[in-house]
Write a protein that binds this ligand. Structure first.
Ligand SMILES: C[S@@+](CC[C@H](N)C(=O)[O-])C[C@H]1O[C@@H](n2cnc3c(N)ncnc32)[C@H](O)[C@@H]1O
Length: 232
């Protein structure tokens, strides 16, 4: 990633005036698989060898913004031969996500408290495989697209971090974000392998896992926009 761009910095957990059950779990009970903003970058280039202790050929996927972790835990559980690293900013969903995966018996999941814009501080070029971005904050007010994760600059960085043959899935309830993102994607190096403005009325419906936010939007009758990109 280019260096002359906006790098949001998040607070350090250890400097919080008061710790809570989630921050204590992050640096205690789950510290072997949950990494705060200071410990997470130490794993750069070493997620397979040091965190999971597996061979370099093991696929390592990334989910950005796990929320309550329903997809994260389901994915870890249903793909035991792959690894998944989640990214989440907020303490409560972060712990919910990793707890759900660990309770489900998964040994292939880890999570980091890190801002998606700084993903390149966590992974080297060609370190990761598939990437999932499900219902990221849409930032719909006119001046806010600069905060969107699915944007030209962030896609460019993720592309470099992925291994050839990997996919990137993006789904959102926001048509505004989706149409804006399509233009960003056009300028990227990705190949579009599938796209729809109505995921639940598409051929991908059956293989789709309904996330927590997705369920809420479906109940409100909102169509889900989805795109799958490929790094050839
Ligand atoms: C709308 S929720 C969607 C959660 C989940 N993917 C789902 O579909 O149910 C977005 C999540 O992304 C997290 N998030 C927002 N911005 C982020 C960022 N820059 N880096 C990492 N996580 C982020 C939020 O804390 C929130 O939990």
């Amino acid at each position: 990633m280019a260096e002359n761009f906006y790098r949001p910095r998040i607070n350090l957990t250890r400097t919080l005036p008061v710790q809570n059950a989630y921050t204590l779990a992050l640096d205690g009970e789950f510290s072997h698989v949950a990494f705060n903003e200071e410990r997470a970058p130490l794993n750069k280039g070493k997620w397979r060898s040091d965190v999971f202790k597996v061979a370099d050929g093991t696929p390592l996927d990334v989910e950005i913004g796990t929320g309550a972790g329903t997809h994260f835990a389901h994915y870890a559980n249903s793909h035991p031969t792959r690894l998944i690293v989640g990214l989440e900013l907020k303490y409560k969903p972060l712990i919910q996500s990793i707890r759900r995966a660990v309770k489900g018996g998964s040994k292939n999941a880890a999570i980091a408290r890190y801002h998606a814009f700084n993903l390149d501080e966590l992974f080297t070029d060609a370190e990761i495989n598939d990437v999932f971005i499900h219902f990221p904050d849409p930032w719909t007010s006119p001046k806010k697209p600069k905060n969107r994760v699915v944007s030209r600059r962030i896609l460019d960085g993720i592309y470099d971090m992925q291994r050839s043959g990997s996919i990137l899935d993006f789904k959102t309830d926001s048509r505004d974000y989706f149409l804006w993102a399509l233009e960003e994607i056009k300028a990227s190096r990705y190949k579009v392998v599938f796209q729809t403005l109505n995921l639940h009325n598409s051929e991908m419906k059956d293989e789709n896992f309904i996330t927590t936010f997705e369920r809420i939007f479906i109940n409100q009758g909102i169509e889900i926009n989805f795109i799958r990109l490929l790094k050839e």
